[in-house]
Design a protein around this ligand. Structure first.
Ligand code: BF8
Length: 670
């Protein structure tokens, strides 16, 4: 019998625990209870099951086992992983493609409600590609950029253009290794072709193409998505936001937007501010419409508009369990099919909006850029009409403030202001050792582990060790819920050197950088750090590490792989999808080792799966220190810091008045 965990084992978040207790009392299942009831298949989980043709499925569970076609364990694992990376890259990149089409439509005046909000970003992106700016309107420039970006998906030969934004040395390495993506669609199609029965059978060769496919995501599809989101909706800058289920309101119509593409959510944000909609909500007996987000849609609207985040991936069911959600409006990715059945216990309407996603039993209202604002208003009216159907409501009190919105442009600005915007202060802080290194802590929740536990543990420990943390995706929301993204709340929890830097610049020690496609912002930051000088001439030399402690999606695997290709050490928590059965089945860890040692020899980056958070932290710090030593930087020593800046003032302020005067002016009180 599978073991059912206690509610306290499901999540560290009190709001989640409260809702899971409610679910238990009502006899309603969630992803947590389904995970308990569904132990993972140990052969498939190790990447040793091949379902690629009708001669199988072949389960290679003993030393020497091969498939009906003769495929070895390492070939099967490499194929399975490459397919997952292709699917993840497809999801991110198709999002990027849709954004490019919207940009084109905006440039041609064919949309309703959208405009080019960030002309400076449009100019900057266009200038990467030598698009002429002088004497042209934003729409003319956007038209040419949209054409260039749309062409990146179907391009057959040459190089995807965003690759030129990487450090020069890295570009040369990619060219030498033959992994520069030609076009997004071509690499994804080739990944599917190569992994078909009877095709590529050398695991290293297959995995080489996994790298190229992921590059089409990180250095093309996702980068395009982020660029265009900023151009259309504005580059994020810090603002005050809130996170957790306490953002839902008992006296307002609650609409939760969930998924990924900001084209939908931004228009719903605009529609909630429409006087007609506010009046409609009041006529229905509500105080107004409270909009909140789940998953990466939450990140998109939080960092640009300050729309509160109801939660991360595992909060999607919990929001409905409050009984207070009139409508959950979804587009693409990370949407659980279980939502419809769950919603049937309440009055909540699940509304699908993408031409790519329908869920049996959900209401489908298709959204397109030509009628965006009208459709957004129709959706909101449907939610408002549903307000009268509410039953018993139980909204947890938990809510935390946070400051999101640290785009790479803003980080550049905040380090030196408009007077001398530059990454120099960050590089200097790393070189002096005040900042030991940088960690990007990203990725999902996974109901097989305790929600948010690994994220928060790793963040807290690295902060104590003077590691600056940047976050995206559901990991960012985990820290937000715990109050780690608010400057003054976080600073008593960080090491002395990092604290000095945060106080000087006026930033929280954990920087929210956006959604999962925005991991490309981290690539940009790393590139700018290289270009600033002092930390080597390529990304793999920077004392930096990337972690996804609670990963679950194929997109996470795609991100991990393009980060490795870019030179990063990537640590995933939980189990490897190609972990094999080392010690029990010969050669079943060949692929696992290749992702680490093999890729490190080629790219200077590597991917490892480490289940124990303490070991994850130890390896992350070991890596950062190794990179510091290789650069000839001083060994990290926390004792050197913490006695400068505000610390002295605080000590002085704590003295009795007479002693303070003496310390300040050398004279005692009159
Ligand atoms: O793209 S972190 S659970 S929401 S996959 Fe999904 Fe994972 Fe969350 Fe955003 Ni990213």
């Amino acid at each position: 019998m599978p073991k059912k965990r206690e509610v306290s084992e499901y999540s560290i978040d009190p709001a989640a625990q409260e809702m899971l207790n409610r679910a238990d009392k009502m006899g309603i299942g969630t992803a947590f209870t389904r995970a308990d009831a569904m132990p993972p298949c140990n052969i498939g989980g190790a990447g040793m099951c091949c379902k690629q043709c009708g001669m199988g499925p072949c389960r290679l569970a003993k030393s020497g086992d091969v498939g009906v076609c003769g495929a070895t364990i390492e070939t099967v694992q490499a194929r399975n992983l490459t397919r997952a990376i292709a699917a993840g890259s497809a999801a991110h990149s198709d999002h990027g493609r849709d954004m490019a089409f919207v940009l084109k439509a905006v440039a041609n005046g064919e949309t309703e409600g959208y405009e080019i909000k960030d002309v400076a970003k449009l100019h900057m992106v266009a200038s990467y590609y030598d698009i002429k700016l002088e004497g042209r309107t934003p729409k003319e420039i956007a038209n040419e950029l949209a054409d260039l970006y749309i062409a990146q998906f179907g391009q057959q030969r040459g190089e995807a253009v965003p690759v030129r934004r990487a450090p020069k040395k890295r570009q040369e390495l990619w060219r030498k290794l033959g992994v520069v993506p030609r076009g997004v669609d071509r690499e994804i199609v080739e990944a599917l072709h190569r992994t078909h029965i009877g095709d590529d059978q050398d695991y290293e060769h297959i995995l080489n193409h996994a790298i190229r496919t992921s590059m089409a995501d990180g250095w093309a599809g996702s980068m395009i998505a982020t660029d265009i989101s900023d151009i259309l909706f504005g580059s994020p800058a810090p603002l005050l936001g809130q996170a957790n289920l306490g953002v839902l309101k008992s006296d307002m119509v609650n609409v939760v937007v969930h998924g990924h593409e900001p084209t939908l959510s931004e228009m719903i944000v605009a529609a909630t501010q429409d006087p007609e909609i506010i009046a409609y909500a009041k006529a229905a007996g509500a105080k107004g419409v409270q909009l909140s987000g789940i998953c990466c849609t939450a990140n998109e609207t939080l960092m640009r508009q300050g729309i509160p985040a109801a939660g991360n991936f595992l909060h999607q069911e919990l929001a409905i369990l409050t009984g207070s959600v009139e409508a959950m409006v979804v587009d693409v990715q990370c949407i659980m099919q279980a939502l419809v059945e769950l919603a049937s216990h309440f009055h909540t309407k699940i509304i699908t909006t993408s031409s790519k996603v329908k869920i049996t039993g959900a209401t489908h209202i298709e959204f397109d850029e030509q009628h965006a604002l009208t459709t957004a208003k129709d959706i909101l009216k449907l939610a408002i009409d549903n307000y009268k159907n509410r039953g018993e409501v139980q909204i947890p009190n938990e809510v935390s403030d946070l400051i999101p919105g640290f785009s790479h442009e803003y980080i550049n600005y905040m380090l030196g202001g408009s007077y001398r915007a530059s990454f120099r202060p960050l590089n200097d802080a790393i070189m002096s050792g005040r900042i030991r290194g940088v960690a990007a802590i990203v990725g999902c929740n996974n109901p097989r582990s305790k929600q948010d536990f690994m994220h928060v543990k790793v963040v807290r420990e690295l902060l104590k060790q003077d590691v600056l943390v940047v976050q995206t995706g559901c990991g960012a929301i985990a820290s937000a819920k715990l109050g780690l993204m608010l400057g003054e709340a976080g600073l008593d929890q960080v090491g002395p050197g990092l604290r000095e830097i945060c106080e000087t610049i006026g930033i929280p020690p954990v920087l929210h950088m956006g959604s999962c496609v925005d991991n490309t912002r981290i690539l940009t930051v790393l590139t700018q750090m290289v270009e600033e000088g002092g930390l080597g001439d390529d990304i793999d030399q920077i004392p930096a590490v990337a972690l996804a402690p609670e990963w679950m999606s194929e997109k996470a695997l795609a991100i991990a792989t393009y980060c490795v290709a870019s030179g990063a050490y990537v640590i995933f928590g939980g189990a490897s999808p190609v972990g094999g059965m080392p010690g029990r089945v010969e050669n079943s860890d060949k692929v696992l080792n290749y992702l680490s040692e093999g890729w490190e020899k080629l790219y200077g980056g590597k991917l490892e799966f480490i289940a124990d958070p303490d070991e994850m932290i130890r390896k992350a710090l070991e890596h950062v220190d190794k990179k510091r030593a290789a650069l000839g930087l001083p060994e990290y020593n926390a004792a050197r810091w913490g006695k400068s800046g505000d610390t002295k003032m605080l000590e002085l302020e704590a003295l009795p008045l007479a002693e303070r005067r003496k310390a300040l002016y050398g004279v005692a009180a009159d």
